[in-house]
Design a protein around this ligand. Structure first.
Ligand code: TXA
Ligand code: MG
Length: 320
């Protein structure tokens, strides 16, 4: 992971962030997937602040970030499936929904009183440093206003967040797509949200894993409403032509052209590169002179499946 940062600045800012977290306030911090908006996961007031500033519905649970598996084991039950996935993908962009123990100190507000909580160990030096400096886990959704685009650079952050919350800059996120969320609390594991780990890679570890169709997500995972991850401009996906006034989010080589603005997720059809550029380019297009965003077809395999999942949700808001 490349982070071009002045070491002294980072140390000072981490110290500041730790102080803020210990006080029950919030910080925006980098992870390897997207930026997080974090607070003390054992402090109900800190969690309330996260929901309030994001305008997030209370029934959309937050992910709890830990520094190591021992701390997760103290609070949650892990079965064989959970251990297999944890061993392969932690630290990293995997969120496991696990059953909380009665003895857990995690606030019930984090998961709307439910005992099933999304947990992950991020793989980012700044996030891990933060987690090592405090005796509690960090509750953190993506650092964006609810239903809007996630942030993979600090210039993506909305004014409301930037003006009110201390920000730790870690450069551009390594993956650029959120974590993959899996319910591993029973013997029928399900992928609740595709993310930076692909279905193909998870199947190598858990061959019988089921991917829930996004249309049924809302029943399983309260936060997985179809409308999500959206730019402000209308967005059309899988286009075969670009309309007048539209900007183009392209992929690979084709004859698509925009008169206004054109960005290519990956001219060489590399899906990792496309994932890394995805939110960055949507933010740029959203702030450009175009009146809508046309998106070229993206192949529906590996990370392309995650990108298409986000594109479907981003385009759904505009047809409602
Ligand atoms: O990569 C990521 O996951 C980033 C970084 C900051 O860790 N976080 C993130 O959080 O994307 P958020 O809150 O924007 O998305 C988490 C999604 C929610 O939409 C929710 O549906 C699902 O994960 N989720 C969290 N806890 C859950 C639970 N207990 N049961 C079912 N789904 C859950
Ligand atoms: Mg989010």
């Amino acid at each position: 992971m490349k982070h071009i940062l002045n070491k002294n600045d980072v140390e000072i800012n981490i110290k500041k962030a730790l102080k803020i977290l210990k006080n029950g306030d919030l910080v925006i911090f980098p992870t390897e997937t997207v930026y997080g908006l974090g607070g003390n996961a054992t402090n109900g007031n800190a969690i309330k602040k996260i929901y309030r500033i994001k305008n997030r519905p209370i029934n959309n649970p937050l992910i709890c970030h830990f520094k190591n598996i021992e701390n997760i084991e103290k609070n949650f039950f892990l079965n064989d499936i959970a251990y297999k996935l944890a061993k392969k993908f932690w630290p990293g962009p995997l969120t496991l929904v696990l059953e909380k123990k009665d003895s857990s100190t995690i606030s019930t507000k984090l998961s709307n009183q439910q005992k099933f909580v999304g947990c992950r160990i991020p793989n980012h030096p700044i996030a891990l440093k933060l987690l090592s400096g405090i005796p509690f886990p960090i509750a953190a959704p993506s650092a964006n206003i609810s239903t809007k685009l996630s942030s993979t650079k600090i210039n993506h952050l909305s004014k409301k967040l930037k003006d009110n919350i201390f920000v730790l800059d870690g450069g551009k996120s390594f993956y650029g797509l959120e974590s993959t969320v899996i319910n591993a609390s029973n013997n029928n594991p399900k992928i609740l949200r595709l993310g930076s780990i692909t279905l193909e890679d998870i199947k190598k570890i858990i061959p019988n894993i089921v991917l829930k169709n996004y249309k049924t997500f809302s029943n399983l995972s309260p936060g997985q409403q179809i409308i999500h991850y959206s730019p402000n401009l209308p967005i059309r996906i899988n286009v075969n032509s670009v309309l007048k006034g539209e900007g183009l989010l392209n992929f690979g080589t084709n004859n698509l052209k925009s008169e206004i603005i054109e960005l290519n997720l990956s001219p060489t059809e590399n899906l990792e590169e496309a994932g890394n550029n995805f939110y960055d380019y949507l933010h740029i297009l959203d702030n450009s002179q175009c009146n809508g965003i046309a998106v070229a077809p993206v192949p529906n395999h590996n990370l392309g499946k995650t990108i298409n999942d986000r594109l479907i949700r981003a385009s759904t808001i505009n047809s409602n």
